[in-house]
Design a protein around this ligand. Sequence first.
Ligand code: AMP
Ligand code: GLY
Length: 425
Amino acid sequence: MTAHRVCIVGSGAREHALALALGRSADVLVTPGNPGIRGKTAEGFTLTSEDRPAPLVEADLYVIGPEAPLVDGMADDLRASGCLVFGPGRDGARLEGSKMAMKQLCSEAGIPTARWAAFDELWPAVRFLRALPGPYVVKTDGLAAGKGVLVTPDVEEAISDVTAKLSGSSFGAAGERVVIEEAMSGPELSLFAVCDGRRSVPLAPAQDYKRVGDGDTGPNTGGMGACSPLPGVGEALVDDVMDRIVSPALSFLHRSGVDYRGLLYAGLMLTADGPRLVEFNVRFGDPETEVVLARMSGDLTRLLACAAEGDLRPAAGEATFRDEAAVCVVAAAPGYPSAPVLGGPVSGVERAGTLEGVTVFHAGTRLRDDGTLVTAGGRVLCVTALGRDLASARERAYEAVGLVEFEGKVVRHDIAEAAAKGELG
Ligand code: AMP
Ligand code: GLY
């Protein structure tokens, strides 16, 4: 099975990267898409952005990018009208829509993760915090665009965070229940698995840089950069994560009657006791997708179409990757993540895209009526480069991000720095 025409739902750099990858073997329409998604791919397929509800788009395959429409049941609605969809239904999407549901699955399926408890009242939460050794991790149960997590060594800070979350003042309804965890330590890694309901196949591992500032300082963001491959992370580790984390989750879901056809994203920490799950997401990660798909040599359209049909086996061999490395550096708006200042003109995108190996994915841009490209989201551009190794990919990505301009551009300077030296940061 393959698809000739694919509809992607979403508007960010992840959807832009999916469009280019799927556009190697199919015509792609992205709704609502973004100003970067248009024209033809090198292989001659068309890329279109159009703000049209997905059910009104005719396609052989629908790929839903962000978590919110998945949690809201868009995949169920499309399937109910006979469409082939890559993306879990509302039942599977609860893994990301509720951190408590995700942790419960870990407990029931025996998946290694941090000790945890969930609370919707302050005093039991405070008692639990005071009994933990610290550092402390406080998460909103509901969706918070990657920003609802506090990790702190200070119990008083953890308590005020719980207070703000539970009162609804910091994250609204998403925070009215919190999950408190023991902190783990070790390098983080993201592994994506394409799932067909029973079977799964891993994509190349990647690393995401979550904090806004150099040296992993400042608040958590949606991700300020990414790289793939990772030093020391080979097939053996990927197999271990598949065996101990991804496959047990998928089997548990299947036994519970959840037909999970979509991407399962395992956010992992490589602790002294081996890989542990930090979180599951139910969609491609952003900006990891930009680097993973840049390295993919197999046919993504065929892989996702087979998974969506319920049997990925004929296409499992498509999950292949080049030896080359990819590095993505995000250019964010000033004030990101708490209060990004938007609307300023953006220049240099085309020039950056002409550098060898470089693709500039649009994350938060908009074309004004007069044709000027302006910033329209906290993360504005995800500048991604391929190179023969991480050091050369990194050099190209930084050269390219230096060519894009907008007022107050925020860039981390240490994306893939340690990885390029062979260290897993
Ligand atoms: P999450 O949204 O659950 O992925 O959390 C965002 C980030 O917070 C993760 O990528 C980690 O850097 C950090 N984090 C989350 N849970 C823990 C934990 N139990 N221990 C240490 N750090 C964590
Ligand atoms: N890069 C983190 C995420 O997509 O959730």
